[in-house]
Write a protein that binds this ligand. Structure first.
Ligand code: ZN
Length: 223
């Protein structure tokens, strides 16, 4: 359940003379400037507006700005404009900006890491291929780097297609005991064409990518 809404808080109170209460005629009043703010789970998100009342000290009637004279109103407005929203009313905005900053940095770091993985491949790196022409939703398949010979990268394909970017293989899946060779520039081209979506390095991001399955050409010729 998300709890959200508006809250109002008194920002400033000041005794005020020169206004006669419209309810009881008493002359001692005080000005109250209150601020309303949006909150979610009681965390103030952002302030919305300031509201002004002239409160009678005798009967507590809240005289609205339109009930007081022009002169009183302009004095009160001056006071209202000087009252600032306290910083805590911006807490939510501050949190959101910190989060945006965090994700921007994280995304940037991901991009940096990704390009480093492409330009400096290591054995066991996993390439995530994306086949946009595949009619089903299973558009993802993998290549695993098994050897690097100067500018040539040998990769083994996995057996299954996935409808997500797997961080671990399904039980019956694995990488075939055969390999394809690509020039580094071809890998870069696949990345540029969006055929290669991402690279993950074994250890931190992915696990269970060490299973080898036997490539049997007959399986692929039955059709
Ligand atoms: Zn009054």
């Amino acid at each position: 359940m998300v709890i959200y809404g508006w809250n109002t808080k008194v920002l400033k109170e000041a005794p005020f003379a020169g206004h006669q209460c419209t309810n009881c005629g008493h002359e001692n009043t005080h000005i109250v400037v209150s601020g309303s703010y949006a909150h979610i789970f009681w965390i103030p998100l952002f302030p919305y507006k300031k509201v002004l009342h002239v409160i009678c000290d005798n009967c507590k009637h809240a005289n609205k700005p339109k009930e007081v004279s022009e002169e009183v109103r302009s004095l009160a407005k001056q006071l209202k404009s000087k009252v600032r929203f306290p910083a805590y009313m911006f807490s939510g905005l501050a949190i959101v900006m910190v989060l945006i900053g965090y994700f921007a940095v994280a995304t940037y770091m991901d991009g940096q890491r990704f390009e480093k993985y492409l330009s400096e491949p290591e054995v066991n790196d996993i390439y995530y291929l994306y086949d946009k022409d595949e009619p089903s939703e299973f558009k993802y398949s993998l290549l695993k780097v098994i050897d690097i010979r100067q500018d040539t990268i040998d990769v083994s394909p996995n057996g299954f297609s996935y409808n997500y970017e797997p961080t671990q293989l399904l039980e019956d899946d694995g990488f075939y005991d055969v390999f394809l060779s690509y020039h580094k520039s071809e890998i870069m081209e696949m990345f540029t064409n969006d055929e290669l979506r991402t690279v993950k390095r074994l250890g931190s991001a992915v696990s269970g990518m060490d299973k080898v399955i036997i490539y049997n050409p007959e399986e692929f010729q039955e059709k």
